[in-house]
Every structure is written in C-alpha cells, then in structure tokens.
Write a protein that binds this ligand. Sequence first.
Ligand SMILES: *[C@@H]1O[C@H](CO)[C@@H](O)[C@H](O)[C@H]1NC(C)=O
Ligand SMILES: *[C@@H]1O[C@H](CO)[C@@H](O)[C@H](O)[C@H]1NC(C)=O
Ligand SMILES: *[C@@H]1O[C@H](CO)[C@@H](O)[C@H](O)[C@H]1NC(C)=O
Ligand SMILES: *[C@@H]1O[C@H](CO)[C@@H](O)[C@H](O)[C@H]1NC(C)=O
Length: 448
Amino acid sequence: MGFVPKVKGFIGWALLVLIAIVPVVAGMQRPWSHAKQVIIRGSEDLVTQLPGQPKVDFMHYAGCVTVNENHGRALFYWFYEASSQSEEKPLVLWLNGGPGCSSVGYGATQEIGPFIVDHTDGSGLKFNPYSWNREANMLFLESPVGVGFSYSNTTTDYNILGDSFTGKYVPELAELIYDMNKDPSLHINLKGFLLGNPETSDADDWRGMVDYAWSHAVISDETHKIIQESCNFDKDDTWSNHNCSQAVDELLNQYKQIDIYSLYTSVCTNSTRSDERSTEVIYNSKFKMMPRIMGGYDPCLDYYAKAFYNRPDVQKALHVSDGLQLKNWSICNYKIFHEWSESRPSMVPIYQKLIAAGLRIWVYSGDTDGRVPVLSTRYSLSALGLPITIPWRPWYHQKQVGGWFQEYKGLTFATFRGAGHAVPTFKPSESLTLFASFLAGVSLPLER
Ligand SMILES: *[C@@H]1O[C@H](CO)[C@@H](O)[C@H](O)[C@H]1NC(C)=O
Ligand SMILES: *[C@@H]1O[C@H](CO)[C@@H](O)[C@H](O)[C@H]1NC(C)=O
Ligand SMILES: *[C@@H]1O[C@H](CO)[C@@H](O)[C@H](O)[C@H]1NC(C)=O
Ligand SMILES: *[C@@H]1O[C@H](CO)[C@@H](O)[C@H](O)[C@H]1NC(C)=O
C-alpha cells in the first residue's frame, strides 16, 4: 500500500468542511510514474474527448475511484499532469471546502486548473495560462461522497452526521498523515500545505469578520459597537445574548446584498431559483459556528460549471456516466453543507504541532474577502506567537505590489491586494507566482 490508497480510504468517509481554498502538497517519495499508476486506473481514465477543451500537450485523467468495495463508495477525481517534466514535479492535492462543495467545480474549473468554464450554456472551456499544473501535478478530488460526481451505493453513507473526523480538514489531514507516517509502510513524503483564506480559529475568525465589515463600511458604527459590547465569541452561548444575535444578523443581512467573497465585484443577478442562490447565510443558534455561506466568487461561474458538468458528452468524456444515464452534478451538496457538524474550534494547536514537525506552511489571504477576511487570519495567526523572521513588507509581481507578507519561524503569511476569497480567480498570475515560491521554499519576490 502506498500513499494514495491510504489517503483515498480516508477521504471516503472523512473529509468535510472549510469554505476556503485548501491545497495540500504531498511530495512523492517514490518515482512519480509509480504514484501515477496508483491513482489512475489506467489508460481507460485518460480524458480524450472533452467537449470544448482547448488543445494541450499534457495528459489528464478522470474517473471514479472505488474507495470502499463493500459499500460501493467511489470518489471522482480529475488529475492533470504537470505541463512539463511531470516526473520531477511534486503532487499537489487540492481540496475545496464548503463543506460539501466540489473541488472540480471550484478549484479545477474556476481557479487553478488548465480549463476554465466560460459560457452560460456550458458550451466552452478556456485555457488558463496560469494553471498551477505548470508547477506541479494537480489532483482534484470531489469529497466526501455526495459531492459532485462522488457517490455511494449505500444510502446510509450519505448520512454524515455521525462522523467524528469532520473539521477544518487540510490541517487535520496533514496531521493525520504526519501521525500515520510513524508507520514506515504508510509513509507519505508530505512537504507542507498551503491555505487560502482559511477558517482557523472560530473566535478570532468572528472578531475579524466583524471588524472587517465595520472597517470596510459594510456595517455602521452602532452595529459594530453593539457587537463589541454584547458578543463574547469565546463562549459557547454567544448567540443567547439577544443584542449580539441581532447585531450579527444585521451584519449577515448586509452581506447578503453583495458578494461577501469579493466586496467590490458585482453579484450574479441571473439566478432566480432560491436553491441556487449563490449566497446563503445560516448560523445555528445553539452551537457557536461560523456562518456558512454558500457559493463562492461568481458572479455566474457556478452556473456555467453546472451547465457544463451536466452535459451528457461531458459526463461521458470524464468517465462518470455512459452519456445516457446521467449523473446530477451540482457545485455544492446542500445537505452536507447544512448538516455538517462542528470541528475543533481552533486549528492553532495543529499548526503548532506541524510547525514543530518542520512542515512548510503558508497561508494566503485575498484582502477583499469578507467571509474569512484578512483580519480573521491575522488575529488567528498572531495567537501562534511565532518569532518574525522577515517583517511585514510588500511582495512584487510585474513591478506592482502583489500584496504584503510576513515570514515567521515556521510559517509564511501573504496577502493578495484586491483579491476576493477564491484568490486565483482574481489574481491568476500573482497566484501562480506565490504557488511557485511556496513549492520552491523561497520568499516571495522582494524587488520590483
Ligand atoms: C454502484 O452500483 C452501480 C450499479 O449497480 C455499479 O455499476 C457501480 O459499479 C457501483 N459502484 C461501486 C463503487 O461499486
Ligand atoms: C440590549 O440592549 C438594550 C439597549 O438597546 C439594553 O437595555 C439591554 O440591557 C441589552 N441587553 C443585554 C443582555 O445586554
Ligand atoms: C443569464 O442571463 C442571460 C441573459 O439574460 C441568459 O441568456 C442566460 O441564460 C442567463 N444564465 C443563467 C445561468 O441563468
Ligand atoms: C438534480 O438535483 C437537484 C437538487 O439536488 C434537483 O432539484 C433536481 O431535480 C435534480 N435533477 C434531476 C434531473 O434529477
């Protein structure tokens, strides 16, 4: 058993969560060609006739991998070889959160994959010259079962509430791999992970969201003051304070008017069906949870993706159906989203453990995201109390300031100036620069 089967087995039941963009980087210990054989069933998974696909020189593979034979559980993956020297490049696993949202619908075809959906009717894909497969072999997984094309033949598998291992899953997955590596037969050469606008620590995430909304003119001074005076985000019964609940509702209602993931862009005014609204706010009055807000940067990309993946010829090309008995693909599974149970309130202890273990950890933040704003991340990371090795300063891209960054002993934090939640959608070229720096383990460009 190598790395991949183990991780696959784990993903089948375990991975839920996180609205952020969450790639994990796993360098392979074995030669890459071997790993490829493990992931891909064979040439039958090679994608050859994807409708609307621009011509490319690299191979890509897609299909459903059985992760549990007894239950008939299978996960859909899409794997793109690196566009050059793929054997020498690392393997990167990309996971989107939600929980319950598709890494294929978001990551692969809106953010960092080589083909981006770009037509209302699903008729086309455009080539993304900043695709991250220029730097690495990219694996996108739809997980857990019930998301996208991933499924189970055992209906009770869709009942996910009993799972203990839910949560902010990239750090948790990294921790699991780290712990399992004590067994040499399961060793995965995990190098590190990269997180974008991640939820990190509930109380700090809330404080950051509130302060950000106030400082970006989304809520009034009065509402901000009430929240400051009446909300104790460190407590379990935050919402039992009526004044607090009401003021936070006011904040969420203001965000419903705009795209919370990207403060300064337009919303998709096309959709009318209530179950397809790209923004949906829920928070549970009993448990302290971050509001779960669906969608992502759009304005309308979600709909293009939906149209594309429900085409019979597309499903056939991706080996998920015969083109006759179609799968019903949607970008997020609302049941998983709604029923997701809370994970650990803070990732800070896992960060501490994995920093001590020497993993490379980078966190980036688009500074126009209101959902997991840059302030939330800064509040959360400052709780780590790490020594600063390179103080706050700009990093450059094509002679302009791409954002700011600070390096700590064991962690790099970087912002993207003018980018929303799904950073690569807004800043594709800058994102690729950051990704390349992360993989190379070097600082972001310091000079104009
Ligand atoms: C689920 O059931 C279908 C229909 O019987 C079958 O074709 C498919 O292979 C099964 N999936 C798995 C993962 O066993
Ligand atoms: C809620 O706010 C009102 C004033 O608007 C104040 O009189 C009341 O004491 C507050 N309640 C709590 C529980 O803080
Ligand atoms: C969006 O609006 C345009 C023009 O009104 C229409 O042609 C298109 O079908 C709409 N798309 C969606 C996804 O509703
Ligand atoms: C697909 O799923 C959506 C929501 O889950 C449902 O409303 C719709 O009727 C389904 N479509 C088909 C063709 O099964």
